[in-house]
Write a new protein. Structure first.
Length: 514
């Protein structure tokens, strides 16, 4: 019968053999951008990570490492270890979500094969510990495997475009799943991933890097973003930004004491909360000058061990829940790997590629009378894969040859009468309508066309423009020229009055009355 102890002994023996086979001077460890860390739930000393185009494995909590696979880099690692007491013949499966090869799987930690039906970039993978059903998040949608990663089928594409950075399963309810879509927000499914609902109230930063559920209360969720850590206490319907470090790249919760959380950042080191995320303190002793981190993992069991994956500086391990850190391996340079998924360490939002389109539509009649109000819609769409940051619409309402005129604009966020509407963050595949009301002067102006010129732009998107032309007419006391001009109303009235007075004077003179 296979037991936990026998599996651990086998792991220790393989590590001993590997260390004996490789000269001490050639010992290496994980390098590059360590995007993913996976820890076995039954053997907390068994750790996997990925960097420099290889999968690395340690049997002693990161003190020593061996190459466990090559040729790909993982964005996410999940370990499906069956309970050997309940399932003595169960086989461990390690999943790796890759940049180019879909989800790779291994039953021995060394030999890896790609599952069928799923290829390309996969950013997240999750396995329910009881059902052993696996889920994978891609830019196209959510995939599911019912045979432990051998075959994959599309489960839902309701989430739209954008990288699925985070994917978690409620351990208390296998039908409840949560997923983050870059540039959109957090989605929830209560039917095993078939249908999804977006819950973004209060979540103003949709550049989501990680998602974690409270291990004892799945209504409490934490999301790591560029702005900091957001918390939801109602299963993702509403969110509040906690007083937390910025540029957070990943978060981990102590499974034994969920009030203790650790977050790693890209540029601000590592921080810890002991009150459920309400307050945070830096825990950087032992990190030296290293501040760039992109992954973190806490083994089950409450041992106080924490693993933190850095950018080009190897793995850091703490045995006292972050009070002190030890760099178990100083990673050498070199090795091809994708760049970090988090933005560069500066105080400005990252310049993620996106694209805006704009369309101006005249909702009034084809021709309006001078002096009337014209109603137009300015439709701005984000057709890119990422949220448009600080999106704005600028508009100008003017008559050709006469200058600008008063106008107002309204949209779902309020009014903007100064010629510019600040739309804030426009999610990927999202659109917004700005309703514009422009007055066509008055009855004393020259008749001519009016035009609305509108321009949309964002911090991370080029400006685009569109315009609409509105033809105007004067139906009372108007003498039109071919060029569209004509005599003004008061002048015409004076002319007619003068003509009538002249006729009356002539008639009175002829009658000898003057």
């Amino acid at each position: 019968m296979k037991t936990k102890n026998s599996r651990m002994k086998a792991g220790i023996l393989s590590t001993f053999v590997a260390l004996m086979a490789v000269p001490a001077a050639a010992q290496e460890g994980p390098g590059g951008v360590l995007q993913a860390i996976g820890v076995d739930r039954f053997e907390p000393a068994l750790v996997y990570t990925s960097g420099a185009g290889s999968i690395w494995r340690s049997f002693d909590s990161g003190t020593n490492w061996e190459v466990a696979g090559g040729g790909f880099t993982a964005w996410s690692i999940a370990i499906d270890s069956p309970d050997v007491i309940a399932d003595p013949d169960g086989v461990q499966v390690i999943y790796a979500a890759t940049q180019n090869d879909g989800v790779m799987r291994s039953e021995n930690g060394v030999t890896w094969t790609a599952g069928n039906g799923l290829s390309g970039a996969v950013r997240s993978v999750a396995v329910h510990p009881d059902t052993q059903v696996a889920y994978a998040g891609t830019e196209d949608g959510i995939y599911v495997s019912n045979d432990r990663g051998l075959n994959w089928d599309i489960l839902s594409n309701e989430l739209g475009a954008g990288a699925t950075q985070g994917l978690v399963i409620d351990p208390r309810n296998a039908q409840a799943l949560y997923a983050t879509k870059w540039g959109q927000g957090v989605y929830r499914s209560i039917d095993g991933g078939i249908t999804w609902q977006l819950g973004n109230a209060g979540l103003f930063d949709t550049q989501l890097f990680d998602l974690d559920l409270h291990p004892q209360n799945s209504s409490v969720i934490y999301a790591a973003t560029w702005s900091g850590v957001f918390q939801s206490v109602d299963a993702g319907a509403n969110w509040v930004l906690l007083d937390s470090p910025k540029r957070t790249s990943e978060l981990a919760i102590d499974p034994v004491n969920p009030d203790r959380l650790i977050v790693v950042t890209e540029g601000n080191g590592i921080a810890r909360s002991t009150d459920g995320g309400q307050t945070w303190a830096a825990i950087n002793e032992g990190l030296g000058a290293v501040t760039q981190f992109v992954s973190v993992a806490i083994p089950p069991g409450g041992s106080g061990v924490v693993h933190a994956g850095s950018v080009n500086n190897g793995i850091f391990v703490s045995s006292d829940f972050g009070d002190t850190w030890i760099q178990t391996y100083a990673a050498p340079g070199g090795g091809a790997q994708p760049g970090p998924i988090t933005p560069p360490p500066d105080d400005n939002p990252p310049a993620d590629p996106t694209s805006l389109t704009i369309q101006v539509i005249n909702r009034s009649a084809a021709t309006v009378e001078l002096g009337q109000t014209v109603f137009l819609d300015v439709i701005v769409r984000n057709t890119g894969s990422f949220a448009a940051q600080n999106a704005q619409v600028r508009h100008l309402w003017e008559q050709v040859g006469q200058g600008t005129y008063a106008m107002t604009a309204r949209w779902s966020g309020g009014t903007c009468s100064d010629g510019a509407c600040n739309l804030g963050i426009l999610p990927a595949n999202g659109d917004i309508v700005v309703s514009v009301e422009g007055r066509t002067g008055d009855a004393y102006n020259w008749v001519g066309p009016f035009s609305l010129v509108a321009t949309a732009e964002a911090d991370n998107a080029s400006a685009v423009s569109d315009s609409a032309r509105v033809e105007t007419v004067r139906t009372v006391l108007s003498i039109e020229s071919e060029s569209g001009g004509g005599a003004s109303g008061p002048f015409l009235v004076l002319v007619l009055v003068f003509v009538m007075l002249s006729r009356c004077r002539s008639q009175r003179a002829a009658a000898g009355l003057v």
